[in-house]
Design a protein around this ligand. Structure first.
Ligand code: DGL
Length: 247
């Protein structure tokens, strides 16, 4: 299969990493809308408009599937993308809800959902988790993590201060949903702040779990052809991809 992976910027590369680690696809076309990132502070109509433009961009490539590697877009524009697309479109929020339900036996588990303002305001995770029988939820918009990760800050004093600012009043959760594809880069620091046995739900691993459930993958691809596109400064996206994906 030839797939398109879409994010507002570089965060979706953490999903590409999971796809590559699991050798699922022969060809991946990545598009990051770097000229207009962050999406997480924008309103629903704007997110939908940008997401449909991404679908139009992908029409240049005869894709078999589009993976929305952005929680913000998945929470607000998945239906509209499906309507605009000629191939199937799947998103990380649905996958994250399923992965959480599979990972947690106890329906009383306390789950902390982190994401951008737009993702948290959509309540997409809460609605989905409620439908799976989970009621003990906390949700927190932690948008500052996005520029910190973009700045290459994955640990240290500034991040710790941000944790205190966001999490000071929260109860330590049994599971934490990394509801933004930038956040896996700070997982080690988050593990240090919370407890080692907190279960982390990662959008990339969740989407792999969903893909393996929904599709019959007959082959493993040792080599995946990768192409990277960005709406601004593609060279910068390519060099970050090289670093994060060990290319
Ligand atoms: N990577 C995006 C997500 O998963 C967030 C970044 C942004 O605000 O555009 O929600």
């Amino acid at each position: 299969m030839k797939v398109g992976v879409f994010d507002s910027g570089i965060g979706g590369l953490t999903v590409v990493k999971s796809l590559l680690d699991n050798k699922l696809f022969k060809e991946i076309i990545y598009f990051g809308d770097t000229a207009r990132v962050p999406y997480g502070i924008k309103d629903k109509n704007t997110i939908i408009r940008y997401a449909i433009e991404a679908v139009e961009f992908f029409k240049n490539f005869e894709l078999d599937l589009i993976i929305v590697a952005c929680n913000t877009v998945s929470a607000h524009a998945l239906l509209e993308m499906r309507e605009a697309s000629t191939c199937p479109v799947i998103g990380v929020v649905e996958a994250g809800i399923l992965a959480t339900a599979n990972a947690l036996k106890d329906k009383n588990s306390n789950i902390l959902i982190l994401g951008t303002k737009a993702t948290i305001n959509s309540k997409a995770y809460e609605v989905g988790l409620n439908a799976e029988g989970f009621q003990n939820l906390q949700a927190k918009a932690t948008g500052l993590f996005v520029p910190l990760v973009e700045e290459g800050i994955y640990s240290g004093e500034i991040l710790e201060a941000t944790f205190k600012h966001y999490f000071g009043a929260l109860k330590k959760p049994d599971a934490l949903i990394l509801g933004c594809t930038h956040f896996p880069l700070i997982t080690d620091s988050l593990k240090g702040y919370f407890t080692e046995d907190t279960i982390f739900i990662h959008s990339g691993d969740a989407i792999v779990e969903q893909l393996e459930k929904d599709f019959d993958f007959k082959e493993k691809f040792e080599i995946t052809k990768l192409e990277f596109f960005a709406s601004e400064n593609p060279e910068s996206l390519k060099s970050i991809a090289k670093e994060w994906l060990n290319l």
